[in-house]
Design a protein around this ligand. Structure first.
Ligand code: BT5
Length: 260
């Protein structure tokens, strides 16, 4: 039943192919496998339920049935441009922010580099994964998970950052597949502008914690604290450190938290 509604909602978008799974392990894994078998640019996988949804660094992403959006879009970058590869996960976050603004009048913020927040709580996570053949980039899989209904929000003791869902913030019931179409359209609209001035400005405008003290921690537990100034031309995070100097941090596996 959902499958028909998904195809209906996506009608009119220039997608090359769409797969809908009532249940799967991870749409990103499915999309990587499909890309390796030759899936075209703008092939999309949508799942109602993920049993092994993944986040960054092997973390888990919770997608129970009937409550969330879990999608992976296969993008075939036109030319090898290593400098814009890290910008794909911000592309996903920006597209989700746009769709939430335009469809529901919400004011989402992007927690650098790849989470979307509503009322300072995580509503969406993005995981971009690349498929390589030797040194050649074959495809980017842009995986996006959005919490729509309350049952999609994991219990507090299972998450690293407070979470919410779209319905909790709007107070209304949300048509999941309408939101899906808005997000996919925004990705398609923004992908050609990846790394452009307009892209960076749109991202910067929605950057969470600007002007606040934050703490950035790498996977080794090493932390830096400073005033969040914004992003630079590469999408790196700019902090003003306590000694007045400025430092930039490249997009990577860093944990960002506001210091209250
Ligand atoms: C992310 O990782 O936020 C990226 C999540 C990407 C999920 C999509 S769903 C479609 C596609 N297919 C996949 O298999 N993945 C992608 P990260 O920044 O590492 O955050 C992961 C952390 O978020 C977990 O360790 C939990 O603390 C928390 N978390 C898990 N599920 C959540 C949820 N539904 N809502 C909010 N937080 C969650």
């Amino acid at each position: 039943m959902s499958e028909k509604e998904v195809f209906e909602a996506l009608r009119g978008l220039p997608l090359a192919a769409v797969w809908f799974y009532p249940e799967t392990g991870s749409t990103n894994q499915d999309a990587l496998d499909w890309a390796a078998q030759g899936a075209p640019d703008l092939a999309l996988i949508v799942a109602d339920h993920q049993t092994a949804g993944r986040g960054r660094l092997g973390r888990q992403w919770f997608t129970p049935p009937g409550a969330a959006l879990a999608i992976s879009l296969i993008l075939r970058p036109p030319a090898p441009q290593p400098e814009i590869l890290p910008l794909y996960s911000p592309l996903g976050a920006l597209a989700v922010a746009f769709a939430l603004e335009q469809s529901y009048g919400l004011q989402p913020q992007i927690k650098w580099p790849n989470d979307v927040l509503l009322n300072n709580r995580k509503v969406c996570g993005v995981l971009a994964e690349a498929l390589w053949q030797g040194d050649g980039l074959q495809a980017v899989v842009l995986g996006i998970g959005i919490n729509v209904a309350p049952s999609s929000v994991p219990p507090d003791d299972q998450i690293l950052f407070p979470a919410t869902c779209v319905e909790e913030v709007t107070g209304k019931s949300i048509h999941r597949w309408g939101l899906l179409a808005g997000v996919v359209k925004a990705v398609i609209d923004w992908r050609d502008q990846l790394g452009s001035e307009a892209f960076l400005q749109a991202w910067q405008k929605r950057l969470a914690f600007t002007g606040r003290m934050v703490r950035l921690e790498n996977t080794g537990g090493e932390a830096s604290e400073g005033l969040l100034l914004g992003i630079d031309a590469f999408g790196h995070l700019r902090l003003q450190m306590k000694d007045g100097s400025q430092q930039t941090f490249a997009i990577g596996d860093l944990k960002l938290r506001p210091i209250s």
